[in-house]
Design a binder for this molecule. Structure first.
Ligand code: MV4
Length: 590
């Protein structure tokens, strides 16, 4: 067994890998950027090395520096986690060339699955059902128009070949929409993957995202660990995952399990991997393969009892899988909620800031995988996912109640998170019925109700009112008293026993928005597109502009209805957190 392993990642997944290494008796080596000096993964590892500046290119994507640290520290293997270098075939090869084991699949499998057209062709040839469409790139708009009309039919999906995870994914419901979809997908492919190649698929109107976890060793054994349903997504970011999938029975599980192991065998896979697919009306179609451990692997760990990260390390070390397909048994139901520093009520705007108070839930059937502690700063430079809350119970209904209990126990102050969103979804009829909840996630009015409590003030001159919760005891009985009053400047949490009620972050916290008429930027980035003109009348929630940050497009919407009396951004410009984007005045305040 390796004696020392380097983790080329940060946050919760780095901590997750360190835990597996600890249990195996393997020393861990962390790497970090200048922004992460005080990060949990650094403190948690056996030894830690600075990579470079905050930007990922200088730190977690800096191949030379990472390999140099591996050599200096004597690490024999590198675990890439997810994101960053996890699906970078050149990195896997560079590790090999340096005599270091890459804890992941062969570079050839990463490469084959990295090109979505190549993957579709390979899967089709292996007898794996793919979404009907092209396996060759579609070169021109004219070709796309012909193929969509004659071979696929509308609606049609246009996807970037270098893509994945929904990046470079556009839909044309009718021929008139194909030009925009084709050009949009190509542009995004070029931007994200330096590859403008696109292909076409039939667009399935209301599928479920169902994926199968596989494990393959280097001796030809491939098993699957059942499926996960990840249909609750926002802008192709998964928010909630569960296992087993509500719509998959034993027969279907066996069928899609076979599809997944066939797919893995067809690319000579080893390690942990996921076959992503769409399930519609009992039909299952291969979408893409993720050649890494995924964020949501924990729900599978809960239902199978298999430690997927430990298996990755054992497989990389050349061990045979210690169990067969028949040994894999599913028990109960697991749900994962991603705890992102985002404000669902503001169109899921990033909500960076410093965690002032932090306390995780625990108790039966609860697991928290987190990369943060009290005092951790959530920066817009890295992933907004700060933790994952996973629960397990005997069935879906009980797991849901357990999730609600655990969410209520979770205390995070100083940054806004998706906790209120998860509480609302878990309490919804749609979730109870096993629906995909797309109607809720796309319902602006519903999301708006998740707004973090803030007492509205009349005009800008009035002092800002704030809600504070005090605990009082009357004749020995505890009461929580909510007081509405003027904000107390910089009152430390806990002073005089006055601490805000758990979780409900109040007025401040970097969520943006500014006061009154001012719409402030919640994040730093470049203004990609401006969708209104000065003087325009807008509805609340109207799209004002799109700010690109870390290659993500963030939609900034009007915080109130009114007239755009001032527009402070222009396309191509840049903004930092707190900058005024626009001033929206309502008729009454003019
Ligand atoms: C699709 C689709 C419909 N038809 N492809 C791609 C990436 C992943 N994040 C979701 N993707 C989809 N690909 C075709 N041909 C619909 C989606 C999709 C989706 C699927 C299931 C559950 C939720 C979804 C949310 C957005 C998009």
């Amino acid at each position: 067994m390796f004696s020392k392993v380097l983790i080329a990642n940060r946050g919760e997944i780095a901590v997750r890998v360190i835990r597996a290494l600890d249990e195996l008796g393997v020393a861990s080596v962390a790497v970090y950027s200048e922004l992460d000096r005080d990060a949990l993964h650094v403190a948690r590892a056996g030894e830690s090395y600075l990579l470079g500046g905050a930007a990922a290119a200088e730190s977690y994507l800096n191949v030379e520096r990472i390999l140099d640290v591996a050599r200096r520290s004597g690490a024999q293997a590198i675990h890439p986690g997810y994101g960053f270098l996890a699906e970078n075939a050149a990195f896997a090869r560079a590790c090999e060339a340096a005599g270091i084991v890459f804890i992941g699949p062969p570079a050839s499998a990463i490469e084959a699955m990295g090109s979505k057209t190549r993957a579709r062709e390979l899967m089709r040839d292996a007898g794996v059902p793919i979404v009907p469409g092209t396996v060759e790139p579609v070169e021109t708009l004219a070709d796309a128009q012909r193929i969509a009309a004659d071979e696929i039919g509308y609606p049609v999906a246009v996807k970037a070949a270098g893509g994945g995870g929904g990046k470079g994914f556009r839909v044309a419901l009718a021929p008139a929409e194909l030009k925009d979809a084709f050009e949009g997908a190509a542009r995004e492919g070029e931007k994200f993957f330096s590859d403008a190649t696109v292909y076409l698929e039939r667009y399935l109107p209301d599928p479920r995202h169902v994926e199968v976890q596989v494990l393959a060793d280097k001796h030809g054994t491939v098993v699957h660990l059942g499926e996960r349903d990840c249909s609750i997504q926002r802008r192709h970011q998964k928010l909630i995952e569960e296992s087993p999938a509500p719509m998959v029975d034993d027969e279907l599980r066996e069928r899609i399990g076979k599809i997944a192991t066939d797919a893995a065998e067809a690319v000579g896979y080893h390690g942990a991997g996921t076959i992503e697919g769409l399930l519609q009306d009992g039909e299952y179609f291969f979408l893409e393969m993720n050649t890494r451990v995924q964020v949501e692997h924990c729900v599978t760990e809960a239902t199978t009892g298999v430690d997927i990260v430990r298996e990755q390390i054992l497989i990389a070390d050349g061990e045979k899988l210690s169990f067969s397909q028949d040994d894999v048994r599913l028990h109960g139901h697991a749900i994962e909620c991603r705890i992102n520093a985002e404000d669902a009520s503001r169109n899921f705007a990033p909500a960076p800031g410093t965690i002032a108070h932090y306390r995780e839930p625990s108790g039966p059937g609860v697991r928290v995988d987190s990369g943060v502690i009290s005092g951790t700063e959530i920066t817009p430079l890295y992933d907004p996912m700060v933790a994952k809350l996973i629960v397990w119970d005997a069935d879906r209904e009980r797991a849901t109640r357990r999730m609600l209990r655990a969410l209520a126990e979770y205390e995070i102050e100083g940054v806004k998170t998706l906790i209120p969103f998860h509480e609302a979804i878990m309490a919804s009829e749609q979730w109870a019925a096993g629906e995909t909840c797309r109607d809720l996630i796309e319902d602006k009015a519903w999301l708006k109700e998740l707004a973090f409590e803030k007492v509205e003030t009349g005009g800008e001159d009035e002092p800002e009112l704030e809600e504070r919760t005090y605990t009082v005891e009357v004749s020995g009985k505890r009461f929580e008293v909510v007081v509405h009053g003027e904000a107390i400047a910089a009152a430390p949490a806990g002073a005089n026993g006055a601490r805000p009620a758990p979780r409900r972050e109040r007025s401040s916290g970097g969520g943006g928005g500014g006061g009154g008429d001012t719409l402030a930027s919640p994040l730093q980035g470049n203004v990609f597109k401006v969708l209104v003109e000065q003087g325009a009348d807008v509805e609340e929630g109207a799209l004002i502009c799109i700010i690109e940050a870390m290659k993500m497009e963030n939609e900034i919407t009007a915080h109130k209805a009114g007239t755009v009396s001032e527009l402070a951004v222009q396309e191509g410009g840049s903004v930092t957190t707190g900058d005024t984007i626009a001033v929206i005045t309502s008729p009454a305040s003019e």
